[in-house]
Design a protein around this ligand. Structure first.
Ligand code: FES
Length: 115
């Protein structure tokens, strides 16, 4: 179970309670189901339209996560991660704060998603 809070300066914050069994759902899917206007296009990790910033809501350490090759490439092209950042995240098993909403699966942690 996780609380996912969506935040955008143009919209009211909305917190979604992602129930057990939702662990196969992406941030984008949850946003769409809850009518949160996260931008998207390809929904396949290629266009970068669904870029979001993901942080912990309570300063707890986030769970480590390895980005796929595809997501790494897009985040690098968008200038959000450098090759050094990517190597550090992999070596230290840390999550990236920049993610593609269509690629990020919700996990058992409370997060803030800025879109
Ligand atoms: Fe294209 Fe997510 S919608 S990368």
């Amino acid at each position: 179970m996780a609380l996912v809070t969506f935040s955008n300066p143009d919209h009211k914050d909305k917190t979604i309670y992602a129930v057990a069994g939702s662990h196969t759902e992406t941030i984008l899917k949850i946003a769409k189901e809850n009518k949160i206007p996260v931008q998207f296009d390809c929904q396949d990790g290629e266009c970068g339209h669904c870029l979001v910033r993901v942080t912990s809501v309570d300063d707890k350490e986030r769970m480590g996560y390895h980005l796929t090759e595809k997501e790494r490439t897009v985040l690098k092209d968008l200038g959000k991660l450098s090759q050094d950042d990517i190597e550090r995240l992999m070596v230290e098993d840390l999550p990236s704060e920049w993610r593609l909403a269509c690629q990020m699966i919700v996990r058992d942690e409370d997060i803030l998603v800025e879109y």
